[in-house]
Write a protein that binds this ligand. Structure first.
Ligand code: UGA
Length: 436
């Protein structure tokens, strides 16, 4: 099928490349000239494992193209995905819909025959109706079209694999002909026995927010529980394991840490609160989830201060800056909060991340912040280490060497990545989250 994908962020690029890989002819459209030139030159603007090879392969075989020409891209395809960003906006924390509306306006301006518009961006319930209205308002002919909601569930860092192996595909469609075409488009997943749930448009829009909000709720619940575990000498890792063995609960997204970050959970939980308030429904649970998360991001500081009482002039090494492993994304990353806190305390910060360093350098500049190219130089001469992101490579470091290179071997493991006993045996004064 001929498909256009509007927006070449994580969602757009992974979907565009994935759909091309399934044999479709895909054009990715973006207003950002620089991004499109990079993609045309074979460079991927984001770090996402496996994405580069899928993009290259499909670019080479001619199934994947990149352009800034809205007219051509919209005219040539019968299926158009909207995959643009919906950042949090203003004091009310609602979703900023300007990119969605501008995409809808372009579609309305250039629509030339029957098209299915599939919205993949995370948008408030009812957006499909607004998109429909905007397309109609800008239409100069009577081409028919249908607006569908097909929310995205891929995770940064495993997005390509998530595209190929989705837990489920949700398609909100209120039109019979569009449903038949989409059944055909998603046939490869049906063949792989991946569940495809057809529902009405508004339910699909709600499923997306509800899923992210539920996952965020699990994490905040475990994070609050971790503080109680510390007080009562229980081990939150064991608690989450024991809970997860109950098939009604399941084991995923129960890891306590330094709070969730990224472009999705914080934004979507807040947007759902906004929707609840707007519709005069109570939003207490999600408000608490959000505030518990903000609190959790500040929990590393008291922990390191417990080990080093005066941070003034001391060097603290941070391992991991990205909001989670396998990504260079630092949006809403706990590391940003921690760096600010440490600098305020008068500490010098040395930090290392396998891929997110450049983004941190662009985001914050302090005389007292030094980003290094390897974990050993970050730790060298420091008074304490705070492990913030659980990159796999941090499991394999030579901690004996690190311990010897430090001025005082204090260690706060904010992701419970390492074995407390082994770390203590090596001479670290070790503390973690929610463990005795
Ligand atoms: C999330 C959802 O998992 C995806 O299904 C969804 O498509 C995506 O948002 C989106 O809406 O676009 P993502 O933000 O990429 O994906 O990352 P996750 O792997 O879900 O992690 C989110 C945050 O939760 C990270 O900061 C991570 O460290 C934290 N987390 C995760 C925990 O603190 N504990 C856990 O047990 C799991």
């Amino acid at each position: 099928m001929k498909i256009t994908v509007i927006g070449t962020g994580y969602v757009g690029l992974v979907n565009g490349a994935g759909l091309a890989d399934l044999g479709n002819e895909v054009t990715c459209l973006d207003i950002d000239d620089e991004k499109i030139s990079q993609l045309n030159a074979g460079k991927i603007p984001i770090y996402e494992p496996e994405l580069e090879s899928v993009v290259k392969k499909n670019k080479k075989n001619g199934r994947l193209k990149f352009t800034t020409n809205s007219k051509e891209a919209i005219e040539q395809s019968s299926i158009i995905y909207i995959c643009v960003g919906t950042p949090t906006s203003g004091n009310d924390k609602s979703a900023d819909m300007s990119y969605i509306f501008s995409a809808a306006k372009d579609i309305g301006t250039y629509i030339n025959d029957y098209k299915i518009i599939i919205n993949k961006s995370t948008v408030p319930v009812g957006t499909a109706d607004q998109v429909k209205r905007i397309i109609k308002e800008n239409q100069t002919n009577d081409s028919e079209f249908v607006v569908v909601s097909c929310p995205e569930f891929l995770k940064e860092g495993t997005a390509v694999n998530d595209f190929r192996n989705p837990d489920r595909i949700v398609i909100g469609v209120d039109d019979k002909k569009a449903k038949e075409i989409l059944t055909e488009l998603y046939k490869p997943f049906e063949t792989l026995n991946k569940p495809i749930l057809f529902c009405n448009v508004r339910s699909a829009e709600m499923i997306k927010y509800a899923s992210n909000a539920m996952l965020a709720t699990r994490i905040s619940f475990m994070n609050e529980l971790s503080a109680l575990c510390e007080k009562l000498n229980a081990d939150v890792k064991m608690v989450s394991k024991g809970m997860g063995l109950d098939s009604r609960i399941g084991s995923k997204f129960l890891q306590a840490g330094l709070g969730y970050g990224g472009s999705c959970f914080p934004k979507d939980a807040r947007a759902l609160v906004h929707m609840m308030r707007e519709n005069e429904c109570s939003s207490g649970i999600l408000e608490a989830v959000d505030s518990a998360n903000e609190r959790q991001k500040t929990r590393a500081l008291p922990k390191i201060k417990k080990l080093i009482d005066d941070l003034e002039g001391k060097t603290i090494c941070i391992l991991g800056l990205a909001f989670k492993p396998e990504t260079d994304d630092i949006r809403e990353a706990p590391s940003l909060v921690l760096i600010n806190q440490l600098v305020k305390e008068g500490a010098k910060v040395t930090a290392y991340d396998p891929v997110a360093s450049e983004n941190i350098k662009k985001a914050i500049k302090y005389d007292n912040l030094k980003i290094t190219n390897d974990p050993y130089s970050a730790a060298d001469g420091s008074h304490g280490i705070i492990l913030v992101t659980e990159w796999n490579e941090f499991k394999e470091l030579d901690y004996k060497r690190i311990q010897k290179s430090m001025k005082t071997a204090c260690f706060v493991d904010c992701r419970n990545l390492l074995d407390p006993e082994e770390m203590r045996k090596m001479g670290f004064i070790y503390s973690s989250i929610g463990r005795p």
